[in-house]
Design a protein around this ligand. Structure first.
Ligand code: DOR
Ligand code: ZN
Length: 355
């Protein structure tokens, strides 16, 4: 941890909140999917399921098949609802948007700039190619979820989010003033400011790991592959700006874990994958972040109210309870026929979901 708890911290021993939703989640497919979905199904009412599989989920038909697999992995007795997304490419037809909306199972479309992150090779190379499709999304009210980083080699990796705002997002928002856009997993003060100052059509998700860690947690005292994700962790001032946004009570900011499981051998290698696995303790990690900011009273709004408000959905009808109790995270979890190293492996988390 990069900072110590504030002395003015609340000493509440329990907190009950409306069941949260995860507005940005990777669950993979096959056996890996079966390993990770139950963690989210236990905590969240719903989750936006990312489409960056190989091959990517580009059609409503594929998303329907994927949805059935996620539901099966959640288990028969689960009430968890996966909210599916389509992966935008340069050639996604506007017609596909009509099909997606008519299906009732597609909640959003995901824009990955080509080459920005895991399985983004089929992503968008030129956003102008997508304008007819975006036009249709704006007309039908289907949100665009944006991985907001430019990919040019000459742009420093720590500046890629800010450059995306300046080079892409400002003009996109101007060209589509009524397109709902979620600026995903924001990591900088610049992104928080941009969202705060933009219209009600623009919101943002914030991960627990970006609220809890800065780039020192990845680089000081030895390189930590399990703390490598994209967008990469930023400097402490940015972390503080994200905390401020999350606890502000502004309804434009909501929970999206970006829990992104990779096998241990794909992380602990010469060219490790980006992503942290946090779904096993998603709400506990957010609770810890809000507690450290002495803002437990703002947690429910961020985790359970703001997301449904933006997506035009009802909030969940039941509650969960967390207890202030330190517990030790397992060293690894099963992940298909491999293992997965969770965030905080072998270390403690200060809150525990009890019901
Ligand atoms: O760290 C990340 N992992 N960032 C992303 O954008 C993708 C994700 C993944 O799919 O592994
Ligand atoms: Zn993601």
């Amino acid at each position: 941890m990069s900072h110590s708890p504030d002395s003015s911290q609340s000493t509440l021993s329990h907190i009950s909140i409306i069941r949260p939703d995860d507005w940005h989640l990777h669950v993979r497919d096959g056996e890996a999917l079966k390993s990770v979905v139950p963690f989210t199904a236990k905590q969240c009412g719903r989750a936006i399921i990312m489409p960056n599989l190989t091959p990517p989920v580009t059609t409503t038909e594929q998303a329907g098949i994927y949805r059935q697999a996620v539901l099966a992995a959640a288990g028969e007795n689960s009430t968890f609802q996966p909210l599916m997304t389509l992966y935008l490419t340069d050639s996604t037809p506007a017609e596909e948007i009509k099909t997606a909306v008519a299906s009732g199972i597609i909640s959003a479309v995901k824009l990955y700039p080509a080459g920005a992150t895991t399985n983004s090779d089929a992503g968008v190379t030129d956003i102008r190619q997508c304008y007819p499709t975006l036009e249709m999304m704006q007309k039908l009210g289907l949100p665009l979820l944006v991985h907001g980083e430019v990919t040019h080699h000459e742009i420093d990796i720590f500046d890629r989010e800010k450059q995306f705002i300046d080079q892409r997002l400002i003009s996109l928002a101007k060209d589509f003033p009524e397109l709902k856009i979620v600026f995903e997993h924001i990591t900088t003060a610049d992104a928080a400011d941009f969202v705060r100052e933009s219209s009600a059509y623009i919101a943002a998700t914030i991960t627990a790991h970006h609220l809890l860690m800065n780039r020192n947690d990845m680089l000081v005292g030895g390189i930590k592959p399990h703390h490598y994700c994209l967008p990469v962790l930023k400097r402490e001032t940015h972390r503080q700006a994200l905390v401020k946004a999350a606890i502000s009570g502004n309804n434009k900011f909501f929970m999206g874990t970006d829990s992104a499981p990779h096998s241990r051998h794909n992380k602990e290698t010469a060219c490790g994958c980006a992503g942290m696995f946090t779904a096993f303790a998603a709400i506990e990690l957010y609770t810890e972040a809000f507690d450290e900011a002495d803002a437990l009273d703002k947690l429910e709004q961020f985790s359970s109210l703001n997301g449904p408000l933006f997506y035009g959905l009802e909030v969940n009808s039941d509650k969960i309870t967390l207890q202030r109790e330190k517990w030790t995270v397992p060293d690894a979890y099963q992940f298909g026929d491999d293992v997965l190293i969770p965030l905080r492996a072998g270390q403690t988390i200060n809150w525990k979901l009890v019901s």
